[in-house]
Design a protein around this ligand. Sequence first.
Ligand SMILES: Nc1ncnc2c1ncn2[C@@H]1O[C@H](COP(=O)(O)OP(=O)(O)OP(=O)(O)O)[C@@H](O)[C@H]1O
Length: 278
Amino acid sequence: MKRDDTSCGTAGHRCDTAQAARPAVADGPPPVVFDLDRVCVRLGSVLALRDVCLRLHRGERVALVGANGSGKSTLLRLLHGLLEPTSGRIVRDAPARQAMLFQRPYMLRTSARNNVALGLWLAGMRWAEAQRRAAQALERVGLRDVATRNARTLSGGQQQRLALARAWASNPDVLLLDEPTASLDPRAQRDVESLVVQFATGADAPSGDAAVTLVFASHNLGQVKRLATRVLYLEQGRVLADLPVQAFFEGPLLRQRYPAAHFFVKGELNGRLPPRER
Ligand SMILES: Nc1ncnc2c1ncn2[C@@H]1O[C@H](COP(=O)(O)OP(=O)(O)OP(=O)(O)O)[C@@H](O)[C@H]1O
Protein backbone atom coordinates (compact mmCIF):
# COMPACT_ATOMS: atom_id res chain seq x y z
CA MET A 1 0.00 0.00 0.00
CA LYS A 2 1.35 3.43 -0.90
CA ARG A 3 2.30 5.56 2.07
CA ASP A 4 0.32 8.76 2.49
CA ASP A 5 2.77 11.49 3.48
CA THR A 6 0.21 14.22 3.74
CA SER A 7 -2.13 13.23 6.55
CA CYS A 8 -1.80 13.06 10.30
CA GLY A 9 -4.06 13.25 13.30
CA THR A 10 -6.18 10.45 11.80
CA ALA A 11 -9.88 11.16 12.19
CA GLY A 12 -11.36 9.11 15.00
CA HIS A 13 -7.94 7.99 16.29
CA ARG A 14 -7.79 8.06 20.07
CA CYS A 15 -5.11 7.25 22.59
CA ASP A 16 -5.86 4.50 25.10
CA THR A 17 -7.48 6.75 27.69
CA ALA A 18 -7.97 3.86 30.11
CA GLN A 19 -4.19 3.56 30.38
CA ALA A 20 -3.77 7.34 30.28
CA ALA A 21 -6.06 7.73 33.28
CA ARG A 22 -4.12 5.32 35.48
CA PRO A 23 -3.15 7.17 38.68
CA ALA A 24 0.41 6.98 39.99
CA VAL A 25 -0.53 5.77 43.48
CA ALA A 26 1.87 4.29 46.00
CA ASP A 27 1.53 0.67 44.85
CA GLY A 28 0.42 1.54 41.31
CA PRO A 29 2.70 2.14 38.33
CA PRO A 30 5.70 4.45 38.75
CA PRO A 31 5.31 8.12 37.75
CA VAL A 32 4.92 8.99 34.09
CA VAL A 33 8.01 10.58 32.55
CA PHE A 34 6.70 11.10 29.00
CA ASP A 35 3.08 11.25 27.89
CA LEU A 36 2.49 11.51 24.15
CA ASP A 37 -0.99 12.07 22.82
CA ARG A 38 -1.47 11.58 19.06
CA VAL A 39 1.87 13.15 18.26
CA CYS A 40 2.86 13.81 14.66
CA VAL A 41 6.20 15.24 13.57
CA ARG A 42 6.75 16.50 10.05
CA LEU A 43 10.31 17.03 8.81
CA GLY A 44 10.19 18.81 5.47
CA SER A 45 7.86 16.76 3.30
CA VAL A 46 8.16 13.63 5.46
CA LEU A 47 5.83 12.63 8.26
CA ALA A 48 8.49 11.14 10.49
CA LEU A 49 6.09 10.34 13.37
CA ARG A 50 2.38 9.65 13.02
CA ASP A 51 -0.29 9.55 15.69
CA VAL A 52 2.06 8.33 18.39
CA CYS A 53 0.33 7.57 21.69
CA LEU A 54 2.79 6.59 24.35
CA ARG A 55 3.30 6.69 28.05
CA LEU A 56 6.74 5.95 29.52
CA HIS A 57 7.21 5.43 33.24
CA ARG A 58 10.12 6.11 35.52
CA GLY A 59 12.70 3.33 35.62
CA GLU A 60 11.59 1.65 32.39
CA ARG A 61 14.25 0.57 29.89
CA VAL A 62 12.59 1.02 26.53
CA ALA A 63 14.07 -0.15 23.22
CA LEU A 64 13.02 1.37 19.91
CA VAL A 65 13.38 -1.05 17.01
CA GLY A 66 12.42 -0.82 13.35
CA ALA A 67 13.91 -0.48 9.88
CA ASN A 68 16.00 2.49 8.74
CA GLY A 69 13.83 5.57 8.48
CA SER A 70 11.04 4.21 10.70
CA GLY A 71 11.26 7.20 13.07
CA LYS A 72 13.41 6.01 16.00
CA SER A 73 15.82 8.98 16.02
CA THR A 74 12.95 11.39 15.52
CA LEU A 75 11.16 9.95 18.54
CA LEU A 76 14.31 10.23 20.66
CA ARG A 77 14.88 13.83 19.55
CA LEU A 78 11.26 14.61 20.36
CA LEU A 79 11.59 13.12 23.85
CA HIS A 80 14.76 15.14 24.40
CA GLY A 81 13.05 18.39 23.37
CA LEU A 82 15.15 18.86 20.23
CA LEU A 83 11.92 18.68 18.22
CA GLU A 84 8.36 19.65 19.03
CA PRO A 85 5.21 17.96 17.68
CA THR A 86 3.71 19.30 14.48
CA SER A 87 0.39 18.23 15.96
CA GLY A 88 -0.66 16.36 19.07
CA ARG A 89 0.82 16.86 22.50
CA ILE A 90 3.80 15.75 24.55
CA VAL A 91 4.06 16.22 28.30
CA ARG A 92 7.53 15.76 29.75
CA ASP A 93 8.14 15.30 33.45
CA ALA A 94 9.18 18.91 34.07
CA PRO A 95 11.93 18.64 36.68
CA ALA A 96 13.55 15.63 34.99
CA ARG A 97 17.20 16.04 34.00
CA GLN A 98 17.85 14.44 30.63
CA ALA A 99 20.96 13.39 28.73
CA MET A 100 21.21 12.07 25.19
CA LEU A 101 23.98 10.09 23.51
CA PHE A 102 24.37 9.89 19.76
CA GLN A 103 25.94 7.23 17.57
CA ARG A 104 28.94 9.51 17.04
CA PRO A 105 29.34 11.67 20.14
CA TYR A 106 30.42 15.28 19.75
CA MET A 107 33.72 15.98 21.47
CA LEU A 108 35.10 19.43 22.30
CA ARG A 109 38.70 20.00 21.20
CA THR A 110 40.09 19.80 24.73
CA SER A 111 41.01 17.17 27.29
CA ALA A 112 38.69 14.31 28.18
CA ARG A 113 38.36 15.70 31.70
CA ASN A 114 37.43 19.16 30.44
CA ASN A 115 34.83 17.62 28.14
CA VAL A 116 33.03 16.45 31.26
CA ALA A 117 33.84 19.41 33.52
CA LEU A 118 32.80 22.13 31.06
CA GLY A 119 29.24 20.83 30.86
CA LEU A 120 28.96 20.85 34.65
CA TRP A 121 30.51 24.32 34.88
CA LEU A 122 28.10 25.66 32.25
CA ALA A 123 25.26 24.21 34.33
CA GLY A 124 26.41 26.35 37.25
CA MET A 125 28.88 24.17 39.18
CA ARG A 126 32.07 25.77 40.51
CA TRP A 127 35.10 24.87 38.38
CA ALA A 128 36.99 23.03 41.12
CA GLU A 129 33.96 20.92 41.95
CA ALA A 130 33.29 20.29 38.24
CA GLN A 131 36.88 19.04 37.83
CA ARG A 132 36.51 16.76 40.84
CA ARG A 133 33.21 15.35 39.56
CA ALA A 134 34.71 14.93 36.06
CA ALA A 135 37.65 12.96 37.43
CA GLN A 136 35.25 10.74 39.36
CA ALA A 137 33.14 10.14 36.22
CA LEU A 138 36.20 9.27 34.12
CA GLU A 139 37.33 6.82 36.76
CA ARG A 140 33.87 5.30 36.69
CA VAL A 141 34.01 4.55 32.95
CA GLY A 142 37.62 3.38 32.99
CA LEU A 143 39.14 6.47 31.34
CA ARG A 144 41.27 7.80 34.19
CA ASP A 145 44.48 7.16 32.25
CA VAL A 146 43.40 9.32 29.31
CA ALA A 147 41.90 12.17 31.35
CA THR A 148 44.38 14.73 29.99
CA ARG A 149 44.33 13.50 26.38
CA ASN A 150 42.56 15.56 23.73
CA ALA A 151 39.12 13.93 23.52
CA ARG A 152 39.18 13.98 19.72
CA THR A 153 42.20 11.68 19.66
CA LEU A 154 40.37 8.94 21.59
CA SER A 155 39.03 5.80 19.90
CA GLY A 156 35.35 5.45 19.06
CA GLY A 157 34.74 3.20 22.07
CA GLN A 158 36.62 5.57 24.38
CA GLN A 159 34.66 8.54 23.05
CA GLN A 160 31.39 6.75 23.67
CA ARG A 161 32.49 5.94 27.23
CA LEU A 162 33.47 9.59 27.63
CA ALA A 163 30.01 10.60 26.43
CA LEU A 164 28.54 8.27 29.05
CA ALA A 165 30.79 9.83 31.71
CA ARG A 166 29.53 13.24 30.66
CA ALA A 167 25.96 12.05 31.01
CA TRP A 168 26.62 10.20 34.29
CA ALA A 169 28.26 13.29 35.85
CA SER A 170 25.17 15.36 35.13
CA ASN A 171 23.13 12.85 37.14
CA PRO A 172 20.17 12.57 34.73
CA ASP A 173 16.76 11.09 35.45
CA VAL A 174 16.34 10.16 31.79
CA LEU A 175 18.99 8.77 29.46
CA LEU A 176 18.30 8.70 25.72
CA LEU A 177 20.63 6.70 23.47
CA ASP A 178 20.59 6.73 19.68
CA GLU A 179 22.37 3.54 18.56
CA PRO A 180 25.24 4.22 20.94
CA THR A 181 27.22 1.10 20.08
CA ALA A 182 26.52 0.86 16.35
CA SER A 183 30.05 1.77 15.28
CA LEU A 184 31.91 -0.13 18.01
CA ASP A 185 33.65 -3.51 17.95
CA PRO A 186 32.02 -6.31 20.01
CA ARG A 187 34.25 -5.80 23.04
CA ALA A 188 33.70 -2.03 23.16
CA GLN A 189 30.01 -2.69 22.60
CA ARG A 190 29.88 -4.91 25.67
CA ASP A 191 31.85 -2.38 27.75
CA VAL A 192 29.45 0.41 26.86
CA GLU A 193 26.43 -1.86 27.39
CA SER A 194 27.53 -2.86 30.86
CA LEU A 195 28.09 0.79 31.80
CA VAL A 196 24.63 1.61 30.48
CA VAL A 197 23.11 -1.13 32.65
CA GLN A 198 24.90 0.12 35.76
CA PHE A 199 23.85 3.60 34.85
CA ALA A 200 20.23 2.64 34.20
CA THR A 201 19.86 0.67 37.40
CA GLY A 202 21.22 3.64 39.33
CA ALA A 203 23.71 1.39 41.08
CA ASP A 204 26.30 4.11 41.47
CA ALA A 205 24.67 7.39 40.52
CA PRO A 206 26.58 10.36 41.99
CA SER A 207 23.55 11.28 44.08
CA GLY A 208 22.69 7.67 45.01
CA ASP A 209 19.30 8.20 43.37
CA ALA A 210 17.06 5.40 42.14
CA ALA A 211 16.98 4.09 38.58
CA VAL A 212 16.99 6.34 35.56
CA THR A 213 14.56 5.95 32.69
CA LEU A 214 16.37 4.61 29.63
CA VAL A 215 15.12 4.91 26.04
CA PHE A 216 17.40 3.63 23.29
CA ALA A 217 17.29 2.90 19.57
CA SER A 218 19.09 -0.21 18.39
CA HIS A 219 19.35 -2.48 15.37
CA ASN A 220 21.03 -5.10 17.54
CA LEU A 221 18.28 -7.36 18.84
CA GLY A 222 20.70 -9.19 21.12
CA GLN A 223 21.41 -5.86 22.77
CA VAL A 224 17.69 -5.14 22.99
CA LYS A 225 17.19 -8.45 24.84
CA ARG A 226 20.03 -7.66 27.22
CA LEU A 227 19.10 -4.07 28.03
CA ALA A 228 15.37 -3.50 27.59
CA THR A 229 12.37 -4.17 29.77
CA ARG A 230 9.94 -2.98 27.07
CA VAL A 231 10.16 -2.90 23.28
CA LEU A 232 8.46 -0.57 20.80
CA TYR A 233 8.43 -1.49 17.12
CA LEU A 234 8.15 1.45 14.71
CA GLU A 235 7.19 1.36 11.06
CA GLN A 236 6.82 4.45 8.84
CA GLY A 237 6.55 6.71 11.86
CA ARG A 238 3.94 4.68 13.72
CA VAL A 239 4.42 2.65 16.88
CA LEU A 240 2.98 -0.67 15.69
CA ALA A 241 3.94 -2.87 18.64
CA ASP A 242 4.53 -2.19 22.32
CA LEU A 243 5.32 -5.19 24.53
CA PRO A 244 7.39 -6.25 27.54
CA VAL A 245 10.71 -7.58 26.30
CA GLN A 246 9.95 -11.23 27.04
CA ALA A 247 6.61 -11.14 25.22
CA PHE A 248 8.29 -9.37 22.31
CA PHE A 249 10.85 -12.13 21.75
CA GLU A 250 9.12 -15.22 23.13
CA GLY A 251 5.68 -16.75 22.91
CA PRO A 252 2.93 -16.19 20.35
CA LEU A 253 1.84 -12.64 21.27
CA LEU A 254 3.99 -10.75 18.76
CA ARG A 255 3.01 -13.05 15.86
CA GLN A 256 -0.67 -12.99 16.76
CA ARG A 257 -1.09 -9.32 17.55
CA TYR A 258 1.64 -7.60 15.57
CA PRO A 259 2.49 -9.64 12.45
CA ALA A 260 4.52 -6.82 10.85
CA ALA A 261 6.78 -6.62 13.89
CA HIS A 262 7.03 -10.42 14.00
CA PHE A 263 8.28 -10.56 10.39
CA PHE A 264 10.75 -7.76 11.08
CA VAL A 265 12.18 -9.57 14.10
CA LYS A 266 12.39 -12.90 12.27
CA GLY A 267 14.16 -11.22 9.36
CA GLU A 268 16.66 -9.47 11.63
CA LEU A 269 17.40 -12.60 13.66
CA ASN A 270 17.86 -14.82 10.63
CA GLY A 271 19.69 -12.32 8.50
CA ARG A 272 21.89 -10.12 10.60
CA LEU A 273 22.90 -11.37 14.01
CA PRO A 274 25.86 -13.65 14.57
CA PRO A 275 24.97 -17.22 15.62
CA ARG A 276 25.47 -16.57 19.34
CA GLU A 277 22.59 -14.06 19.24
CA ARG A 278 20.05 -16.44 17.63
N1 LIG B 1 16.07 16.67 8.81
C1 LIG B 1 15.22 15.93 8.12
N2 LIG B 1 14.53 16.44 7.06
C2 LIG B 1 13.65 15.70 6.36
N3 LIG B 1 13.39 14.40 6.63
C3 LIG B 1 14.06 13.83 7.63
C4 LIG B 1 15.00 14.56 8.45
N4 LIG B 1 15.50 13.73 9.38
C5 LIG B 1 14.89 12.54 9.17
N5 LIG B 1 14.03 12.59 8.14
C6 LIG B 1 13.17 11.52 7.62
O1 LIG B 1 12.31 11.14 8.67
C7 LIG B 1 12.10 9.73 8.65
C8 LIG B 1 12.48 9.13 9.99
O2 LIG B 1 13.89 9.26 10.16
P1 LIG B 1 14.63 8.78 11.47
O3 LIG B 1 16.05 9.27 11.38
O4 LIG B 1 13.84 9.15 12.65
O5 LIG B 1 14.58 7.19 11.29
P2 LIG B 1 15.38 6.05 12.09
O6 LIG B 1 14.40 4.97 12.40
O7 LIG B 1 16.12 6.64 13.23
O8 LIG B 1 16.39 5.53 10.98
P3 LIG B 1 17.87 4.83 11.16
O9 LIG B 1 17.63 3.45 11.69
O10 LIG B 1 18.38 4.81 9.75
O11 LIG B 1 18.67 5.71 12.06
C9 LIG B 1 12.91 9.19 7.47
O12 LIG B 1 12.06 9.08 6.36
C10 LIG B 1 13.95 10.28 7.26
O13 LIG B 1 14.35 10.31 5.91
